[in-house]
Structure formats: C-alpha cells, structure tokens
Design a protein around this ligand. Structure first.
Ligand code: NAD
Length: 353
C-alpha cells in the first residue's frame, strides 16, 4: 500500500427523514440566540415557515441567494446580519444558498447550519466561489466550512425530476475525479465508490418516480459522500473544463457537468487503470464512460453542449482556455484531443472510449 495523507473535514451531520425537526436543538447546541435564515427567492416561503418553528431565535429571513454568489448580494446580506444582530446562519437550499452562507461566514466567522435541498455537495467543502464584475474567484478557508449539516430527505422531494438528475450527475463527477485525484487515498476511494453506486442506482428511479423516498434517500446519501470527496482532494480535467465552459459561455452548472463527465472520463481513462477498475465494478459495466453517457439519457438530461447554450464557434476558444492555465491531471493535457473532446461534447456524440 502507498503512503497517503487523509484530511478529514470537521462537520456534524444529521441525516434522515424529518430531521429538519432537530434544527431548534442544533441551534441550541451551538448556543445561538438570533439566527438569520438564508434562501433563494424561490424557496422564501419554505424559509419563512421554518423560521416560525424556532420563534424568537429567528432573527429574520434573507431570501435573495443567487447562483455563483455575487459579492453584491453578500454585501447586502451583511447589512442584514448587522442590522438584525444575527449570531448564526441557517441556509436552506442548494449550492447557491450554501454559497451565500459561506461567503458571510468567511467575513464574520458566524457559525453555519446548512440544510441542503439539492445534490450539489457544497456544504461539505471549505471552498467558496464568488463572482464580482463577471469574474468568479474561488478560495478555500476553514472558516468557510459549515459547523452542522442537516440532510432531510423530505426537503428534497420537491426538487424537480430534471434538476434532480443533473444535480446527481454533478455529484457523481466529484466522486469520479476523487478516485483518480493526486491526493486520493483509500478512505476517499471507499466513499467515492459507495457514492457513485448509490447515485447511479437512485437517479433513474427518481427520474421515473420523483416521490420514491427510498431512492431520494440513497441519492442524498450519495450526494453527501460526493461532497466529502470534493472537499477533501483536488479536482482535475472534468471540473476545470466545466468551470471554463460555464464561465466563458454562461452555461448552467449541473447540466454542463452532466454533458462533459463521460467525455472527461474517457480522456483520462488510459491514465487511471485502478480508478477504472473500481468504476467497472461499481457501475457493473466494461465501459464506465459510455455507461455515464447512457445514464444521462436514462435521467432525461441533455447530452450536448449545443443544447444548453454553447455556440459551435466557441469550440476553439474553449480548447484554448482549457489549456491556458496548466493544472494537474492524470493524463497530459494536449490541445488536439482536448479540442476533439469538446467538439464531441458539443455535438452530443458518445464519448471516445
Ligand atoms: P441552486 O442552489 O442554484 O438551486 C437551483 C434552483 O433550485 C433554485 O431556484 C433553488 O431555489 C431551487 N431548489 C433547490 N432545492 C429545491 C428543492 N428541493 N425543491 C424545489 N426547488 C429547489 O443549484 P445547485 O446546483 O444546488 O447549486 C449550484 C451552485 O452551487 C453554483 O453556484 C455552484 O458553483 C455552487 N457549488 C459550489 C460548490 C462548492 O464546493 N463551493 C460545490 C457545488 C456547487
């Protein structure tokens, strides 16, 4: 066995059905007196309903969380934190809401309780991506990591089937890149394999029957483990490519991950035989990249970047940008094969395995 370093991220996790009822207890446990509840405008009513359940410990609801964590929204929320004298944060929602809590915590060190309602996994990472003047800057700090995470399966039941599918594929991408990460280790390998198996089983069931609580539980459990993977080891080609494509063409986050994942895995496959052996076992297939392409179809996701807003004349620009800032990847990054990868993903063709 090779030497390794395992970096456990400290977080208390409460998982299950109906676990949101433990929120007042968790607020009490952290010794908080006035928590500000964060949400997106779409989940404002849920946040207000939740605030009612913990009475005078609720300092108010701030329901303006926005995708990609714009600094202007964070600054607006900071004024609310000060005016309401909040001493803690409760974020209820997906990665956008978690991002806002993290951004406030980075500036104030206020304790955070995060209640995720998608499969994005941000709640398990000390990473924050913020947008200012159209530029997204990512940073990592222990202050960013939430203190408590409450996974309540019941709150994920309303996540629309289409969004559930792509959000789950986004999570799988974290685990796949963790399998071959430079800092990967046996513990992360266990979590990644378990997570990929849980999500690959659950997502097609959810696509057909969004109210299947057992499948929802398996998916949320998998998403939690994928979040740990993302927060524990470095990511490579797949995440960098999605970041570049999303930033350059303003593409939707989870949908971009869903399209690119089979192609990025096919590119790296020859360089990562141990990870591929694990994926073959867990996905029960000889060809994991094609299995992921098929999974995208089974969950009803779009499989072409052209269908989610990338222009055809952007392929060369994307290839240039993907190679502009070199980063670690298990296989060397070469322009022609990377361009071919992007072209296939753009057209929605199967991955080249
Ligand atoms: P999101 O948080 O933007 O949610 C998408 C929409 O779905 C929102 O309108 C939200 O209110 C709604 N929604 C969420 N849960 C719902 C539910 N259960 N029922 C009904 N509607 C629901 O989307 P996301 O994919 O979770 O997060 C994407 C953001 O998270 C991006 O900005 C991405 O960069 C960030 N992210 C960050 C990390 C990290 O580690 N820093 C990791 C993953 C994602």
């Amino acid at each position: 066995m090779q030497n390794f370093i395992y970096n456990g991220q400290p977080a208390r996790v409460v998982f299950g059905s109906g676990t949101i009822a433990r929120l007042p207890e968790e607020i009490e446990r952290l010794g908080l007196r006035r928590v500000l509840i964060l949400a997106t405008p779409q989940q404002a009513a849920d946040a207000r309903h939740l605030a009612d359940t913990f009475g005078d410990r609720a300092a108010g609801v701030y329901a303006k969380a926005t995708m990609h964590t714009p600094v202007s929204v964070t600054e607006d929320a900071m004024r609310e934190v000060a005016e309401r004298e909040a001493d803690g944060l409760v974020a209820v929602g997906g990665g956008s809401t978690t991002g806002l809590a993290k951004a406030i915590a980075l500036r104030t060190d206020l304790p955070q309780i995060v209640v995720p309602t998608t499969y994005a996994g941000s709640e398990m990472t000390p990473i924050l991506g913020e947008t200012k003047d159209g530029v997204k800057v990512t940073q990592s700090s222990p202050k960013i990591l939430p203190e408590v995470v409450i996974y309540d399966v019941d709150l994920t039941m309303t996540l629309p089937a289409a969004m559930s599918g792509v959000s789950g594929m986004n999570a799988i991408a974290h685990a796949i890149e963790a399998l071959y990460a430079r800092e990967s280790n046996p513990v992360i390998g266990l979590m990644a394999a378990e997570a990929i198996g849980a999500l690959a089983d659950a997502l097609p069931v959810i696509a057909g029957e969004p109210q299947d609580r057992e499948a929802r539980s398996r998916a949320l459990y998998g998403a939690w483990l994928c979040g740990i993977c993302l927060g524990s080891v470095g990511m490579a080609l797949h995440h960098k490519l999605c970041h570049t494509l999303g930033g350059t063409f303003d593409l939707p986050h989870a949908e971009t991950h869903t399209v690119v994942l089979p192609h990025a895995l096919a590119y790296n496959a020859p360089a990562v035989p141990a990870a591929m052996a694990k994926l073959r076992a867990v996905l029960k297939t000889d060809d994991p990249a094609t299995a992921l392409y098929d999974l995208a179809e089974r969950i009803g996701a779009k499989r072409a970047l052209s269908q989610i807003g990338m222009p055809e004349n952007g392929i060369d620009l994307a290839a240039d940008r993907a190679l502009a800032n070199p980063y670690w990847n298990p296989r060397a990054l070469e322009r022609e094969p990377i361009r071919a990868l992007i072209a296939r993903a753009h057209a929605g063709e199967p991955p080249q395995t």
